[in-house]
Design a protein around this ligand. Structure first.
Ligand SMILES: C[S@@+](CC[C@H](N)C(=O)[O-])C[C@H]1O[C@@H](n2cnc3c(N)ncnc32)[C@H](O)[C@@H]1O
Length: 271
């Protein structure tokens, strides 16, 4: 019994350390991942409107960041709660909410351990968050727990086809980081990423093949969701591809040549 308890504590402790580094990264990053411009935001609104309609739903946005999904959904009239591990990101979300005159409930929370009662949401949404969780399976179970029967969980994801791999990748990545360091006068090796040890503890982080759409579908299925389906977001993807062309060369070198940035979402239903 003692052995079991101490091993659980060790696991929790390790997870706390990983999350601390992740939180500090997002506290520093803040502006990352909001819509590039009004055109992109409009495309997201159109897409979300098709899926969620305008009949008021109670929606939880997990890893809301600077509030991209939460703000649009609140603007459509839904009752939205957005949680995030980073106070820095939430402070940007609150400022953007004020500017837009919307009022989602934005608060600190952990995607893998939700503070809400069973069955209290109609939908749980999340955009590009699963990859950054040490225990995505635990998160999916939690998302299901807080959904009412018949409620739906969503993850919105980007697939970058054509991302180059192999030995040339290492050279390009380091050349990109070198150029960023010179041009932006900051140490790009230090500022851009989680540490190697954190990445090793993220089972579906971007750089791993396990981050594929099919594995995320499996996560939903194994987590007990039914009718798990994948939907391509045409309008959003078109704009993303267009905007991608304007990304500076140093970032393309660092992150890889994404031939096509395709946005999609996975939806699962709780029976
Ligand atoms: C790539 S950003 C996406 C933000 C937002 N969903 C968007 O699409 O703009 C990932 C977000 O997940 C948050 N995050 C990371 N780990 C988390 C956790 N365990 N619980 C809640 N949020 C977390 C980060 O703080 C960050 O805001």
């Amino acid at each position: 019994m003692t052995v079991l308890i101490s091993s659980i504590n060790e696991e929790e402790l390790e997870s706390d350390c990983i999350k601390k580094e992740i939180r500090e990264y997002w506290d520093r990053t803040k502006e990352h991942a909001f819509f590039k411009d009004d055109e992109e935001e409009k495309a997201w609104r159109n897409s979300l409107l098709k899926e969620f309609g305008s009949k008021k739903l109670k929606i939880l946005d997990v890893g809301t960041g600077n509030g991209s999904l939460a703000l649009v959904l609140a603007g459509m009239g839904h009752d939205v709660v957005g949680i995030d591990i980073s106070e820095g990101m939430l402070s940007v979300a609150r400022k953007k909410a004020e500017e837009r005159c919307v009022n989602p409930d934005l608060r600190i929370g952990d995607a893998e351990s939700l503070e809400f009662d069973d069955g209290c949401f109609d939908a749980v949404v999340s955009r590009i968050v699963l990859w950054t969780l040490p225990n995505p399976k635990k998160a999916i179970n939690e998302w299901k727990r807080v959904l009412r029967p018949g409620g739906k969980a969503y993850t919105f994801e980007i697939e970058s086809w054509g991302r180059d791999k192999g030995t040339g990748r290492w050279i390009k990545k380091n050349l990109g980081l070198f150029l960023t360091t010179i041009i932006e006068r900051k140490n790009a090796w230090k500022t851009g990423h989680y540490s190697k040890s954190v990445n090793e503890n993220l089972p579906i982080c971007y750089e791993k093949s396990s981050s594929s759409a099919i594995n995320k579908v499996e996560l939903f299925r194994k987590g007990g969701f039914e009718d798990v389906s994948v939907f391509k977001m045409e309008e959003v993807s078109d704009i993303s591809v267009k905007n991608r062309r304007e990304v500076p060369l140093r970032y393309k070198l660092t992150w890889g040549n994404s031939g096509a940035n395709i946005w999609y979402y996975i939806r699962g239903c709780k029976s």
